[in-house]
Design a protein around this ligand. Structure first.
Ligand SMILES: Cc1cc2nc3c(=O)[nH]c(=O)nc-3n(C[C@H](O)[C@H](O)[C@H](O)COP(=O)(O)OP(=O)(O)OC[C@H]3O[C@@H](n4cnc5c(N)ncnc54)[C@H](O)[C@@H]3O)c2cc1C
Length: 399
């Protein structure tokens, strides 16, 4: 059993532990720290913060955990209407490197209805093994049956690592499965690697508003689970001769029960190009001034056959829906061309677009941060420059 104790003879009442505790579990009584055990998670931050060594955390070592039954790297492969989504190819590409470092198999897991054909696609993308579960209830993503099936697979085959896309589906499924198999999950990773000596998955993701990159490990639980951002990893190559072993599983009917019922899938009206997949993105920020001003972004995007992106400020101002937000709490994109209009270039936005091949920034402030990330910069008013660009592209492209 682990325990935490305040050593009253050493506690000076400096309140550093109170300020440090992320869970609000410490308060002062009679100028001495008191820990509320209902809130304390034994994370140890107070121990590190106490300059008087007045907090003692004892963690029982317990018997060494045996993870020898856990092997292989799994990639949960999303499909929509029977088509594997590109995030899955990115995860297979990254998963292959991890599996090679660990000397284990790369396994693709696909759930759906009428998805037999996916085995060949996933094999071609380098999977050594493909787990398929085919049932009408799995046609479209539903939390309950997808979670239930993946948990059953994990319990039977015991993977060492599971990767899911940091997509709406992956985020929902990954966290549910992690809870049910008593593991953790690192969300929104932008980098993965292996500590080969310890067989640990090194899961890197931005933390503290994107100001630092944190590398997280899961030493005490298996499988190690992570969701990975779209467009950060390179897609797996195509290996025509690869022949994956295919494992088709069936489960009793009750496995596919769902507490929710999908009535209809409605595509967002007006979304002509998928932001995450677009080669060209024209994005607007607060500098567009108003909803009417923001329309200039859409006009240029239309002429270029591109998608419309936005900063959080533009989304918060309700000039455009959240699905267009690029950045830390929006989408990660990697187009060939990203035109940033009236965007200052805060780290939370840059994180989502800085790997674009060519970045063109338009801003009236010559010292704007965005110019540091840009390939080309135009200093000027978006209200003048955007219509001029749209006109000129229309002329050159004959539109
Ligand atoms: C936890 C957290 C998560 C976040 N997640 C995201 C995220 O996912 N995505 C995101 O974008 N932000 C995110 N943010 C917000 C982020 O910190 C910035 O506030 C936001 O990106 C700024 O948006 P902006 O560049 O549109 O606005 P501003 O910072 O206000 O910049 C507007 C720019 O427009 C320029 N400008 C003004 N008028 C004109 C004109 N007429 N012509 C040309 N230029 C002009 C100005 O010079 C300025 O540089 C997050 C913040 C936090 C704390």
């Amino acid at each position: 059993m682990a325990s935490i104790t305040i050593l009253l003879d050493k506690c000076t009442g400096c309140t550093m532990c109170v300020k440090t505790c992320p869970f609000g579990a410490i308060h002062m009584t009679d100028r001495r720290a008191v820990i509320d055990m209902a809130k304390c998670t034994l994370c140890g931050s107070c121990v590190a913060a106490c300059r008087f060594s007045a907090i003692e955390l004892k963690k029982s070592e317990g018997p060494a955990r045996d993870f020898s039954a856990h092997k292989d790297v799994w990639v949960f492969c999303e499909q929509k209407k029977g088509v594997v989504q590109t995030i899955s190819f990115e995860l297979l590409g990254e998963g292959k490197k991890l599996a090679a470092k660990l000397g284990v198999k790369l396994c693709a897991v696909a759930l759906g209805s009428g998805i037999d054909g996916l085995a060949a696609t996933l094999s071609e993308r380098g999977a050594d093994k493909v787990y398929l579960v085919d049932h009408p209830a799995l046609k479209d993503y539903q939390d309950d049956p997808y979670t239930e099936v993946l948990v059953k697979l994990v319990e039977e085959y015991k993977p060492e690592i599971i990767l899911c896309g940091a997509t709406t589906i992956g985020r929902s499924l990954g966290s549910r499965v992690a809870i049910k198999v008593n593991s953790g999950l690192t969300a929104d990773c932008t980098g993965l690697d292996i500590d080969e000596k310890e067989r640990q998955l090194l899961q890197t993701r931005p933390a503290f508003g994107g100001n630092i990159m944190a590398t997280i490990v899961t030493p005490n639980h298996r499988p190690q689970m992570a969701t990975v951002r779209h467009k950060v990893m390179k897609e797996a190559g195509i290996y025509k001769d690869n022949k994956a072993e295919v494992v088709k599983k069936t489960y009793p009917e009750e496995t596919f029960k769902s507490r929710t019922r999908l009535i209809e899938m409605v595509e967002e009206i007006g979304e002509t190009v998928n932001l995450s997949e677009a080669d060209i993105i024209v994005a607007g920020g607060r500098g567009m001034g108003s909803k009417e001003g923001f329309a200039l972004v859409g006009e240029l995007a239309k002429v270029l056959g591109g998608a419309v992106g936005a900063t959080r400020s533009a989304v918060d101002a309700e000039w455009i829906p959240y699905s267009h937000q690029v950045g830390q709490t929006g989408k990660t994109v990697c187009p060939k061309l990203y035109i940033a209009c009236g965007i200052s270039g805060q780290i939370q936005h840059l994180i989502g677009m800085q790997s674009s091949k060519v970045i063109v920034a338009i801003n009236k402030d010559p010292d704007a941060q965005i110019f540091k990330a840009a390939t080309y910069g135009i200093v000027g008013d978006v209200a003048e420059i955007l219509p001029a660009l749209t006109r000129e592209f229309k002329r050159v492209l004959n539109k």
